[in-house]
Every structure is written in structure tokens, then in C-alpha cells.
Design a binder for this molecule. Structure first.
Ligand code: ADP
Ligand code: MG
Ligand code: MG
Length: 509
């Protein structure tokens, strides 16, 4: 049933609302259009609600004595964005399979080394992570043999609807510092509030978003497996200095305390290098200056080269990797989330080595976009790869060129993509080529810094997954909520923190 809210049905004069149905593979999806003139008072109420409920980011305004404590509402979309229910629910259902895939790939270190080796020759960051993997192998094997291996995954698999194919295609799978989970749960609540105000929005079309519970619960499950109940200890959240998105992180800390009486200590890699002690002889316990043992290292930093300004930060990463604490992520999990591994898994037969059930593997493949290696050896020997490279040079707008980086703003598009491919050479081993996904455009009211604008927009959906394993004992593997980020259709990248996108939520049709 297509809700038919034509102009004028909403007659109070606050908003005029129109749904424009269009067909996406037989499935009606609706576009909402807002008559901008009158949105102002709703925007004000949304911003006040956000401030009242902690849907906020740090303001970092140097005029405040302590800028960390000055906050402003997070960038947000006034209304939820229409999404096809079937695709959304399928993406939720496959999340445990993606969690399991990360775990299987991370366990095959020979595969990680073999696949990432060529990229690492031209990407020192990936190379350094591989070296850390090798340097900690003995310590990790000893922990595993002692029954003390505890694995914690907090992942986010990102998708965009591809209008030409009607498919829901995976953009990437994040295994480190998957952010905005908690603010996204608050975003769902904000849109529920909007639904209470606007009769044409049905609350039942806003799916439950349990990140505020699931993420702290997964971290606590890992802490308990490490020994928190018996020996106590703390969670260390590894953070970047001066983080603007600190309140999303603080929601996890609050959840850990209120739900589990687990305390969190925020430390940079530099702090850890300077103060944490690893007891190598005594089973790998890391203690802080206070004498407290660390049960879990949860990373919201460490995914980009600038997080390692000196050797001290790499030493901290190695210390963490050797410790008996659960790490979210381990170096192997981080490497399993690289773009190069994503591309390699899409090659015929590779995913199937890690996902043994044929039907499960086929289900995951449904989400794979076109992905190609740019290793000159592959370009020379695989006619499919050579054809994709030639096509990307002639039609760069149909592709994205990606280095082994996280955090947004690193991909190449258009002329830059073409020039880089044309220049060629071994250094392209550190990149992958990806089909450009073309999502349907919507119209959205975007609210930033208390000001709103109406734009044509594109949306990206993320599904969170949590995973906890103690040795061979799987403690937890589930879908744990979602995130929608909406950006103006003219911008290539979609980072909320980077200022391109706003938080949003799905309205299932
Ligand atoms: P990062 O790890 O830096 O977030 P992503 O692969 O998610 O890297 O790319 C960043 C952004 O670039 C995405 O959020 C999306 O907006 C855009 N993007 C990435 N891949 C594609 C693609 N294949 N098609 C269209 N847009 C893409
Ligand atoms: Mg990423
Ligand atoms: Mg991304």
C-alpha cells in the first residue's frame, strides 16, 4: 500500500508534504518533498529535542574555557528517508554472516599476508600493521593455547541502494572504530518524536535501533570472558586527542557503567605508551598507572596513519596486541576490514573458502559491487580486470578508486581517478577499483549548527554487528542496530564528522 499524502493533506500550514512514488524493481519507493518555507519551527523543536537528549557533538569552540564541554546538536535530517523494507531486513539478517566472515578471514593470517603483501609494499601503514601482526604472533599463540583468547567485534557494514540494478550494494565493512552507533539510536528516537508530531509519519515504519544497549553489552561480555567478574578491571577506550564526536563514545561509556558497572578510561595511544605496563611473564595482563588491569581495549582511534605520529604509538599498538585483554579490533580484524581484502573476497571462489555454506556465500555475494585489483600482475593476466581499468579511464564517473584508508575523504573520483589509472605502475597495488554505486535521490531538510537547508540527497545505510568469541566458544553474534547518513547528492564522500553528511534514519516502505 502506497501512502498517498499529496500536497494539502497536511493542512496545518507547518509543512506541505508530497510523496512521489517511483519504481525500483517493481517496488514502490517514495520520495518526500517538503515545502521549505514552513519547516523552521519544526527544525527548532528538533534541535531542542537533540540538545535535551544528548544527540550532540563537542563544539570545540576556543572561546569556551573548556571547549570539550561545550556541545551542539549533531548534524541531522529533519525527516527519515524512505527505504525498501525487504532490503533493509535482509541486510540485518546477513550481519551475523559478515561478522563470521571477518572472524574467519582474520584467523587466516597467511591469507592476510599473501593478499595484502603487494599493497603493503606501497602503503607503509598497511605494511606496519602486517609487521605488528608478525611481531606478536608468538604472544598471541601462547594466549590461545592457554584458553585466554577473547575476540570482540563491533562492525558496521555500509550499503547504498543502486538504482540501475535495484540491488543493495555493500560500500565497505568497517572493523575498527565503527562510529555513530549511539547517536544513531538517538536519531531514531528523534524521528519517533517527529512521527508523534506529524500524523503522516507512522512510528511502526521506524525500525528498532538497539545500539545503546548492544554495543556496551558486547564490550561487557568480552570483559567478563577476560575475567572482569573475578578480578575487576577497566575498559580502555583508545581515542584521538581532541575528538569532536566524543559524545557518541561517551554514550558507550555511560552504557558500560549503568548496565554493567564497568568503568572506562579514555587514553590516546601516546598515553598508553607512556603509562601502561605489560606483564609478559605473567600471562599478558596490562595494568594502568592506577594498578588497574585492562579487560578490553576498544579503539576509536588507530585507523589512520596520523594516529601514529611516532614510534611510541606503534609500541602501544604492539603492547595492546600482546595483552590478554580483548581488543576491538585486533590487528588481524583491522586488516580483514581493508578495502583490498573486500576486493579479494569478491573474486570467484575466495569468499567461498571462508563461508562454507553455499547458500550463505551466495546470499553475501548478492551485496557485492564490482571490485577489481589494480596490482599490475592482475591487470596483465586477467582480461576482466584489464577491461574494467580501460572502461574506468574512458568513463571515470562510473567508478571509485580507493586506497587502504579509513575515515572518509581518501577516495579518488573523476579526473583524479583517470589520471592515477593512466599513470599506472606498481604503486597502484595499494588501491582497488570499485563500481560506483548510484543511489536514488531524495529531498531532505538538513540541519547543521541550528540552521537548515533543503537539498537533493543520497543516503548510505550502515548495519552494526557485534561478535564475541572466547576460544572456540561463540558468546555473541548479532545484528545490533543501524545508521543512515545522508549527504547532498553533489558531494562524493559522505562523512558526518568530516562535515559532508548528516545523521538520518530509515523509514521502511
Ligand atoms: P571510508 O573507510 O573512508 O569510510 P568508504 O569506502 O566508506 O571509505 O568511502 C567513503 C565514502 O565514499 C562513502 O561513505 C560513500 O559516500 C563514498 N563511496 C565509497 N565507495 C563508493 C561507491 N562504490 N559508490 C559510490 N560512492 C562510494
Ligand atoms: Mg571505513
Ligand atoms: Mg565508509
Amino acid at each position: 500500500k502506497i501512502p498517498n499524502c499529496s500536497a494539502g493533506m497536511w493542512s496545518q500550514g507547518l509543512l506541505k508534504f508530497r510523496y512521489k512514488p517511483y519504481l525500483l524493481r517493481q517496488q514502490a519507493v517514495h520520495r518526500m518533498e517538503i515545502d521549505g518555507k514552513s519547516a523552521g519551527s519544526l527544525v527548532e523543536d528538533a534541535v531542542v529535542w537533540a540538545n535535551q537528549h544528548g544527540l550532540v557533538v563537542a563544539l570545540k569552540d576556543s572561546r569556551f574555557i573548556n571547549p570539550d564541554f561545550a556541545v551542539i546538536h549533531a548534524p541531522l535530517s529533519l525527516m527519515p528517508v524512505p527505504y525498501p523494507r525487504g532490503r533493509f531486513e535482509l541486510a540485518q539478517q546477513v550481519m551475523p554472516l559478515f561478522n563470521g566472515l571477518v572472524d574467519a578471514v582474520a584467523a587466516d593470517e597467511a591469507y592476510l599476508e599473501g593478499t595484502l603483501g603487494p599493497a603493503a609494499l606501497y602503503d607503509t601503514f598497511t605494511g606496519r600493521l602486517l609487521k605488528t601482526l608478525q611481531a606478536t604472533r608468538a604472544a598471541r599463540a601462547a594466549l590461545r593455547e592457554a584458553g585466554r583468547e577473547v575476540v570482540l567485534g563491533v562492525h558496521r557494514s555500509d550499503y547504498m541502494l543502486d538504482e540501475p540494478s535495484g540491488k543493495f550494494l555493500q560500500v565497505e565493512l568497517n572493523t575498527i572504530a565503527s562510529s555513530f552507533g549511539c547517536l544513531s539510536a538517538l536519531m531514531t528516537r528523534l524521528h519517533l518524536y517527529m512521527a508523534s508530531r506529524l500524523p503522516f509519519l507512522e512510528p511502526s515504519r521506524l525500525p528498532a535501533n538497539p545500539t545503546l544497549e548492544h554495543i556496551p553489552d558486547a564490550i561487557a561480555a568480552a570483559a567478563n570472558a577476560v575475567g572482569f567478574r573475578e578480578e575487576g578491571g577497566v575498559v580502555v577506550m583508545v581515542v584521538q586527542p581532541g575528538e569532536r564526536n566524543a559524545y557518541d563514545q561517551q554514550w558507550i561509556q555511560l552504557g558500560l557503567w549503568e548496565r554493567h558497572r564497568l568503568r572506562t578510561v579514555r587514553m590516546t595511544l601516546g598515553d598508553i605508551a607512556a603509562t601502561a605496563k605489560l606483564d609478559e611473564a605473567g600471562g599478558g595482563t596490562v595494568t594502568l598507572q592506577t594498578g588497574e588491569p585492562v579487560c578490553v581495549f576498544y579503539f576509536r582511534a588507530g585507523y589512520t596513519p596520523t594516529d601514529y605520529p611516532s614510534e611510541a604509538e606503534w609500541a602501544a599498538r604492539k603492547l595492546i596486541e600482546q595483552s590478554n585483554a580483548a581488543k576491538c579490533p585486533t590487528v588481524a580484524y583491522q586488516l580483514a576490514g581493508t578495502k583490498k581484502i573486500q576486493q579479494d573476497l569478491a573474486r570467484p571462489g575466495v569468499l567461498e573458502k571462508f563461508i562454507r555454506d553455499d547458500r550463505d556465500a551466495a546470499l553475501l555475494r548478492e551485496f557485492f559491487a564490482g571490485l577489481w585489483s589494480l596490482d599490475p600482475k592482475d591487470v596483465a593476466t586477467d582480461p576482466g580486470v584489464a577491461a574494467a581499468v580501460a572502461d574506468a579511464i574512458s568513463r571515470p564517473e562510473a567508478y571509485v578508486l580507493k586506497p587502504q584508508r579509513e575515515g572518509g575523504g581518501n577516495n579518488l573520483y573523476g579526473e583524479e581517478l583517470r589520471d592515477t589509472l593512466k599513470a599506472g605502475g606498481e604503486r597502484l597495488s595499494a588501491y582497488i577499483l570499485m563500481q560506483r554505486i548510484l543511489p536514488p535521490a531524495n529531498r531532505s531538510v538538513l540541519v547543521r549548527n541550528g540552521q537548515w537547508s533543503e537539498s537533493e540527497t543520497l543516503s548510505e545505510l550502515g548495519i552494526y554487528g557485534t561478535f564475541v568469541r572466547h576460544g572456540n566458544n561463540l558468546l555473541l553474534n548479532e545484528q545490533s542496530g543501524h545508521l543512515v547518513r545522508t549527504k547532498t547528492s553533489t558531494s562524493n564522500e559522505g562523512g558526518v564528522a568530516a562535515g559532508f553528511a548528516v545523521l538520518d534514519s530509515p523509514y521502511l516502505l
